[in-house]
Design a protein around this ligand. Structure first.
Ligand code: ARG
Length: 607
């Protein structure tokens, strides 16, 4: 008992099995060498950052001497020369020289590059990527559609960005709790439930196997009919309003009917998430209704502590710096004057749950930028109440709007919001024809064409979303998204598939690292970029910036293209060179595969 518990409780850091595999990057090693040279030159320079960067002129450039010279009132070129004299050149630093006003140009040895890449290659699962130094627990709020409503492109962004962050954070060793804060509560349910009560067969299914599409069309039909009645029939309206009271009072029959709407909607949600090739788990769906039991207490705590005050009957929180256009303060309303609770009370209760029950130290919300004011007020309220503090941070990863080709918020020609499912289907259609064009040459079966079409189409949509910084708006342009040239997922998927094809054609030749071989410039460039994967992933996860991973992968594919142009793989000069190049491209493929996986995108083996 004691034995198994101690094993279970060990974190990856403690048992050391993962950190063993992590590989110190070349840039880190060079950085360390320089730091000790700096200390050797000037004791007061201990701990100074040499500011190492990748450079076009050499492999790396260190810019840190300039600031140091300024501080020490020394001549920067002289100081730089002194530092160089303390650097021991060898396998790692093959060459170092002073350039310009006092930069250092550093060239790394070919052997060090290959050995370093070989260590990454040997670590099949993580490619030498270490865990974050101080992983914690993040509760991430993403993929939160609304019950009985169609999903639109806004929900796409939250799902796609959120899913990628989940993969990224988990990969760095973070404990991630997913929360899908679906809109499953509110006064609109009174109307729906009342209607269903009066038309009990509206949500019945024709067959046992109900599709997402059928579920949504049921809900949509019911919603429209209920709305119509609500707007035209005063007596129905009164009955619907009474239903809201029953629902909030927890009346059993009313709740059972509400549950039908939730279940029907989930059938639809799951079908969309499946289309998106995304794993959403039922227990992680904790919608607004999940916090019902906490709402009264949340309000009591806020009122007793004086964080919230009664104003015209409503329970409000005021902020000095948040005012409406008329100059009057805009409060956060936690409880309405009629006693009803809204969106804010739910989010505040969710914070209490996530901090005190789920033990989060980070709360991450992947939500539309248009809700930024709401979250600013909610977070500030929680801070005043002491639920958020220096140990627990809350962040809204606010994303921008999806625009149509015309640069306006994405709408159909009739001005309606575009159904997410329609967009996804169209993306898959387009991608399938792109795949089909090359299918014969590659020898793809009909089944492979269909499957690849899905992976290329969905990948294209995800990549377009993830490759621009989340805060920015972006244009939903399918032509661009499935284009084979440029910064698209298809381009990356082809890069991957091309490598697989070379590996298949290699016959007897296997990928083997040969550190003794001299590297061509394109091999060095590719290798040095591969070496940066670990740092990129850790930065991307820490900054919640998947677009930087997308940029990294695109550059990787670009380096690969340059490499192909200059370095024949199967027709290299010697068998060793072929093996070494196979090793380079195979590591590139694994890096592409891993990186794309962290973005939620598949890499088909044959395209
Ligand atoms: N359901 C909301 C919407 O569709 C998003 C929920 C965001 N999360 C939250 N904790 N408020 O806009």
């Amino acid at each position: 008992m004691g034995y198994s518990a101690s094993v279970v409780l060990q974190t990856p850091e403690q048992n050391g099995s993962h950190s063993m595999a992590s590989v110190t990057s070349l840039s880190d090693s060079v950085q360390q060498h320089l730091a000790s040279a700096l200390t050797a030159t000037r004791p007061e320079a201990a701990g100074a950052d040499p500011l190492l960067r990748r450079s076009d002129r050499a492999d790396y450039q260190a810019n840190g001497i300039l600031a140091l010279a300024k501080k020490a009132k020394a001549n920067p070129r002289e100081l730089a020369t002194e530092v160089v004299s303390h650097v021991v050149t060898g396998d790692l630093i093959a060459d170092i020289e002073v350039s310009g006003p006092g930069f250092l140009n550093i060239t790394v040895g070919d052997k060090a590059i290959t050995e370093n890449l070989a260590a990454r290659y040997a670590d099949t699962d993580r490619l030498g990527v270490p865990h974050a130094e101080h992983p914690g627990t993040t509760v991430i709020d993403y993929a939160q559609p609304n019950v009985a409503k169609e999903m639109h492109v806004g929900h796409l962004r939250s799902a796609v960005i959120g899913d990628s962050l989940v993969q990224l954070l988990e990969f760095t060793g973070e404990t991630v709790v997913r929360r899908h804060h679906i809109g499953d509560w509110g006064t609109q349910f009174g109307m729906l439930i009342q209607y269903l009560d009066e038309h009990p067969h509206e949500l019945d299914h024709k067959a046992a196997e109900v599709t997402g599409e059928e579920a949504m069309s049921n809900l949509d039909r019911l919603y429209k009919a209920a709305r119509k009645l609500f707007d035209s029939d005063e007596e129905f309206k009164t009955r619907a309003r009474r239903r809201v009271v029953d629902l909030q009072a927890g009346d059993e029959h009313t709740l059972a009917m509400w549950q039908k709407f939730v279940d029907e909607s989930k059938i639809y949600f799951f079908s969309v998430f499946e289309k998106l090739d995304m794993e959403i788990r039922d227990p992680d769906i904790v919608g607004e209704s999940g916090y019902n039991d906490m709402l009264a207490e949340t309000c009591r705590l806020l009122e007793e502590s004086g964080v919230a005050v009664r104003s015209e009957g409503a329970l409000c929180v005021f902020f000095d710096d948040i005012k409406g256009p008329d100059g009057k303060p805009v409060p956060l309303i936690v409880q309405k004057s009629d006693g009803g609770y809204g969106y804010a009370a739910t989010d505040l209760s969710a914070i209490r749950d996530r901090v005190f029950n789920l033990k989060a130290d980070t709360l991450l919300y992947v939500v539309d930028a248009r809700q930024a004011l709401h979250f600013r007020m909610v977070f500030e309220t929680a801070r005043r109440a002491g639920w958020l503090n220096d140990d627990v941070t809350a962040v809204q990863l606010a994303f921008g709007t999806v625009l149509g080709k015309d640069g306006k918020p994405f709408k159909t020609r009739e001005g309606e919001t575009v159904k997410l499912v329609d967009l996804l289907d169209e993306a898959v259609d387009r991608a399938t024809s792109v795949v089909r064009e090359k299918a014969e040459k590659v020898g793809l079966s009909e089944q492979e064409i269909t499957e690849n079409g899905r992976h290329v189409g969905i990948g294209a949509v995800k990549y377009a979303d993830l490759s621009t910084s989340a805060v920015r708006d972006y244009k939903f342009d399918l032509d661009q998204m499935v284009s084979l040239n440029g910064d698209t997922s298809v381009y990356l998927q082809y890069a991957y598939a091309r490598i697989q094809s070379i590996l298949r054609k290699a016959g007897e030749a296997r990928p083997v690292a040969h550190p003794e071989l001299a590297l061509a410039p394109a091999e060095r460039a590719l290798g040095l970029h591969l070496d940066q994967f670990a740092e990129t992933v850790l930065d991307v996860a820490a900054e919640y910036a998947p677009h930087k991973l997308a940029a990294y992968l695109y550059q990787l594919a670009t380096h690969l293209t340059a490499f192909y142009d200059q370095c024949p793989v199967l027709k290299a000069d010697t068998p060793e060179q072929t093996e070494n190049r196979l090793f380079l491209v195979d590591l590139t493929a694994r890096t592409l595969h891993k990186g794309m996986g962290l973005l939620g995108i598949r890499t088909p083996e044959r395209l």
